[in-house]
Design a protein around this ligand. Structure first.
Ligand SMILES: [Zn+2]
Length: 106
């Protein structure tokens, strides 16, 4: 198991990056649209893409918060579904992973 302090810092850094990104997207979405109708249609499509990016950023933030809570209560690294170890390799690539690969791929 890697040092939780290091993991915690990595998760917090990642959360900062995501919050900044989500705020930027939010700012872009709130910018008044172009008065030209054709441009508006294009912008609406772009907005949908941005909304998707924003919700995936917000989802990852929620997962990071949950991972930080697991670090606090000492259950970090345990699968939230079956209780088995999530696995170091998996945590190395997805530090906020809540489930082991078996449960996650179910
Ligand atoms: Zn599991």
């Amino acid at each position: 198991m890697s040092d939780v302090t290091t993991v915690k810092r990595a998760l917090e850094d990642r959360r900062n990056v995501l919050s900044t990104k989500a705020e930027e997207i939010e700012g872009t979405l709130r910018t008044p649209g172009n008065p030209d109708f054709a441009e508006q249609a294009t912008e609406a499509e772009g907005d949908e893409v941005l909304e998707g990016l924003e919700s995936s950023a917000l989802l990852e933030i929620a997962q990071i918060n949950a991972a930080l809570a697991r670090i606090e209560n000492g259950t970090y690294g345990e699968c939230t579904t079956c209780g088995d170890p999530v696995g170091e390799d998996r945590l190395a690539s997805v530090p906020h992973a809540a489930q082991c690969i078996t449960c996650a791929s179910r």
